[in-house]
Design a protein around this ligand. Structure first.
Ligand code: CP
Length: 308
């Protein structure tokens, strides 16, 4: 299994074979997390920096656990208690961290393109943990692992992605991944949050959520990203809820065995009803569990045994 990449910046840079290599490697790492001793020596001696300029519950802890399960040393950099608070630039911060000779820097940043910027001067591998409204590649990969486990062949699936597509890096990485793997992808949400230009990525758009859901195998709900919205993209939350909240009633349009996904954090009662979030159709916590295996695979392929 060759994986000839030094960095993971986005799904756009990966081909179908790369994606399958990551998913298969992740599948082989899943077993480590259910052992009594959840640790292998694969990345002993490697140093990884978790550099997060935005809040995170799942991604940061998942990378930390993944690194520790592979015996790498990982440090968490919190921008609010670092010299960033004294005005240090991103470049200076990273140059100083690089002087400590890490092997990989995992970065989450509000600016789209920040991980790419790091590759212009960094010697370490750079891993994108979410950049602005651009990409969140490890989220799409853990989503893909979950979909493959639950549903099998991507090319036979209809995946509906609904909500704030415009501001969602999760949506973009999933669109790139799922279309590369041959799935039919349908986007739904208020028109200002689902611009028609998205059709250029090979997806369909249906603003009528009930129609969009018809015969869906997978329903992926997204959070309204108020922190990235500079203006009102829909008249009221009440109207949004009426039209686009996934309820048991709306879910009847999808296939009987359809699964519900959400990258988290969930706004219960807004994009997704509490009943459904906690139902047997929901694979939300399975996604989180798979995040560890996918991030172990990424760290292994970039730092340990991938090729370059
Ligand atoms: N899905 C996701 O990126 O969650 P966090 O923001 O908690 O990392």
């Amino acid at each position: 299994m060759a994986f000839n990449h030094k960095h993971l910046l986005g799904i756009k840079d990966l081909n179908k074979e790369d994606i399958l290599t990551i998913l298969d490697t992740a599948e082989s790492f899943r077993e480590i997390s259910i052992r009594e001793i959840k640790k292998v020596p694969t990345l002993r001696g490697k140093t990884i920096i978790n550099l997060f300029y935005e809040p995170s519950t799942r991604t940061r802890s998942s990378f930390e656990i993944a690194a520790k399960r592979l015996s790498a040393d990982i440090i968490n950099f919190n921008s609010s208690v670092s010299s960033v608070a004294k005005g240090e630039t991103l470049k200076d911060t990273v140059l100083n961290l690089e002087a400590m000779r890490p092997d990989a820097i995992i970065i989450r940043h509000p600016a789209s393109g920040a991980p790419y910027f790091l590759t212009t001067f960094c010697k370490s591998s750079v891993i994108n943990a979410g950049d602005g409204t651009h990409e969140h590649p490890t989220q799409a990969l853990l989503d893909a692992l979950t979909i493959r486990q639950m549903k099998g062949d991507f090319s036979k699936l209809k995946v509906v992605i609904a909500g704030d597509i415009l501001h969602s890096r999760v949506a973009k990485s999933n669109i790139f991944l799922l279309t590369k793997m041959g799935a039919k992808v349908v986007l739904s949400g208020p028109p200002p949050l689902v611009p028609p230009e998205f059709k250029e990525f090979g997806v369909e758009i249906d603003y009528n959520f009930d129609n969009a859901l018809k015969d869906a195998d997978v329903v992926m709900m997204l959070r309204i990203q108020r922190e990235r919205q500079g203006k009102n993209f829909f008249p009221s939350l009440r109207e949004y809820r009426n039209l686009y909240s996934l309820t048991p009633e709306k879910m009847k349009n999808a296939k009987k065995d359809a699964i519900i996904m959400h990258p988290g954090p969930i706004n219960r009662g807004i994009e997704l009803s509490t009943d459904l979030a906690d139902s047997s159709k929901s694979v939300i916590l399975k996604q989180v569990e798979n995040g560890i295996a996918v991030r172990m695979a990424i760290l292994y392929l970039l730092l340990g045994g991938g090729g370059k």
